[in-house]
Design a binder for this molecule. Structure first.
Ligand code: GLC
Length: 527
């Protein structure tokens, strides 16, 4: 039996291209995932999320879907997908698909028709606008993939909108038929047995069609030169997200997670998270990306988390992530000891955390040589250069890190001889051992999933400390952000985990001294 979503310990993101190649073509695939299910069971996660495996020209590695109801041959067949759904459930895990809501591929049948025939029933599935009187684009928007957000279509005689690449035309969510089609696709997969979705790029599904405020006129081609409150997060966004979440309620225990980046210009980012977490708390949750976006600073984190949990009631879920296939890996961002400490925080905070494949063995970014690059996003956009965090999963010290028998689609990180699953399985002090231990305590102690967060000594500039509690159950977590030891006013109790020392649970006295960058979890003695 799979666990109900409400009891889930953690979600695990699989980037299928880089997870496991079963047929020796250098690209990971669905049968490869099936092969590795026992590993995921052993790790202690409850659910897996697959980045897109739908039919796609692969201009954005699958985030450009040409048919939502089939599987791309690169990854396998529909029968393979059915087999994966069955095998996942048999292993006691749930399975979540990525749902690219904001746009399709320009090779999708809808767009092919819409762009060649003004009278096509699919014309209004996309966003078409005339040029401004001077012939320029309808608005001054810059794409997250680099370049402008509008491309002129000769055959259509108008501009069309793309928040990402020109090959990814935005769907017109203001058209009720589009919303109906998209909800039907969700049902198609739920009927096949999937347990939920990660909604890709939820922020641009609604917009206000006006020019953005220019912050830096000297660099008009840069995403960062504009405020972005018109091209995304429009007044209807939450309503459209609610429509998607509503579909989950038609099924037993289906769930969705929204990918959403808060606006750094917004003074009330926590307000954005709050609104998103209340979309339909029984069946949906937003990602929270603060864990990797906030600076390495104890009190900044303490302040943000206190505010976040003050505004989100216990049991209303959010999903903390340390990274994903678009972000610099956490080890490369802050360092290995720091990544271990943050894993302790991520896996002890209320909600349902998401682990990106490879994080659990401390994989780092690999500077992929120019000649081997695959990401088509350009500099100047808000994203781009994402190959370093997408290199193949490091399973062993064998050729190609045990990922494939052939040269993989992206080169393997050169550190694979020492950073790999096979080696870490047997090392009590490995990152993998730490993750397993953390996932185990999370699974065994409900308080980490739906407890109440309370700040402890929030002004401390070196140590971020908090308690999660439920009735007489109380866990204290301390994270040392300094490279020096720190004495803390901790309670006596059981030390459950340390990010620095491989320890079995044992009792300790009050006032522990944290090692540099050490994070610990202490279970308070019950009175
Ligand atoms: C999301 C995905 C990213 C993709 C983009 C466009 O942010 O995570 O990989 O390129 O949306 O679909």
């Amino acid at each position: 039996m799979t666990k109900m979503w409400a009891n889930s310990t953690a979600l695990y993101q699989i980037y299928p291209r880089s997870f496991m190649d079963s047929n020796g073509d250098g690209v990971g695939d669905i049968p490869g995932i099936i092969e590795k299910l026992p590993y995921l069971q052993g790790l202690g996660v409850d659910a897996i999320w697959l980045s897109p495996v739908y039919a796609s020209p692969q201009v954005d590695c699958g985030y450009d879907v040409s048919d939502y109801r089939t599987i791309d041959p690169l990854f396998g067949t529909l029968a393979d997908m059915d087999a994966l759904i069955a095998a996942t459930h048999k292993s006691g895990l749930k399975i979540v698909m990525d749902f690219v809501a904001n746009h399709t591929s320009n090779q999708h049948e809808w767009f092919k028709q819409a762009s060649t025939d003004r009278h096509s029933p699919y014309r209004d599935y996309y966003v078409w606008r005339d040029a401004k009187l001077d012939g320029s684009e309808p608005t001054n928007w810059i794409s997250l993939a680099g370049g402008k957000s509008w491309t002129w279509s000769e055959s259509a005689g108008q501009y069309y909108l793309h928040s990402f690449m020109p090959e990814q035309p935005d769907l017109n969510w203001d058209n009720p038929k589009v919303r109906q089609e998209m909800c039907d696709i969700l049902r198609f997969w739920l009927d096949r047995g999937v347990d939920g979705f990660r909604i890709d790029a939820a922020w641009p599904i609604a917009k206000s069609y006006e020019d953005e405020v220019v912050l830096d006129a000297k660099h008009p081609a840069d995403y960062g030169s504009y405020v972005h409150d018109k091209c995304k997060n429009g007044p209807k966004m939450i309503a459209y997200m609610k429509e998607m979440a509503q579909v989950m309620t038609e099924y037993t225990d289906a769930f969705m997670i929204f990918e959403y980046y808060t606006d750094e210009h917004n003074k009330d980012e926590v307000g954005e998270y709050q609104e998103l977490s209340y979309i339909n708390p029984l069946v949906s949750a937003p990602f929270v990306f603060d864990m990797f976006r906030l600076p390495w600073h104890a009190s900044a984190r303490a302040k943000r988390m206190a505010e976040l949990y003050q505004r989100i009631a216990p049991g209303v879920r959010i999903s903390h992530a340390l990274g994903n296939h678009d972000q610099t890996r956490i080890v490369s961002r802050f360092g290995e000891s720091q990544a271990r400490a943050l894993a302790v925080a991520q896996l002890t905070l209320p909600g349902m955390p998401t682990i990106y494949n490879g994080e659990e063995i401390g994989m780092s970014d690999y500077a992929v040589p120019k000649s081997a690059r695959q990401d088509n996003f350009q500099a100047g956009g808000g994203m781009g250069g994402r190959d370093p965090e997408r290199t193949p999963m490091q399973w062993s010290d064998e050729a190609h890190a045990g990922f494939s028998t052939q040269q993989p689609w992206l080169p393997v990180n050169v550190d694979y001889k020492t950073v790999n699953v096979a080696q870490q399985q047997h090392e009590p002090e490995s990152m993998l051992a730490l993750y397993r231990q953390l996932l185990q305590i999370r699974r065994n102690n409900k308080v980490f999933r739906d407890g109440t967060y309370s700040p402890v000594d929030p002004k401390n500039g070196y140590v971020w400390a908090y308690q999660v509690s439920n009735g007489d159950e109380s866990m204290s977590v301390y994270v040392n952000f300094a490279d020096q030891p720190q004495k803390i006013a901790s309670p006596a109790g059981q030390l459950l985990v340390s990010s620095v020392f491989a320890v079995e649970s044992h009792s300790i006295e009050a006032n522990y001294t944290l090692a540099p960058y050490e994070a610990v979890v202490i279970q308070k003695e019950k009175l």
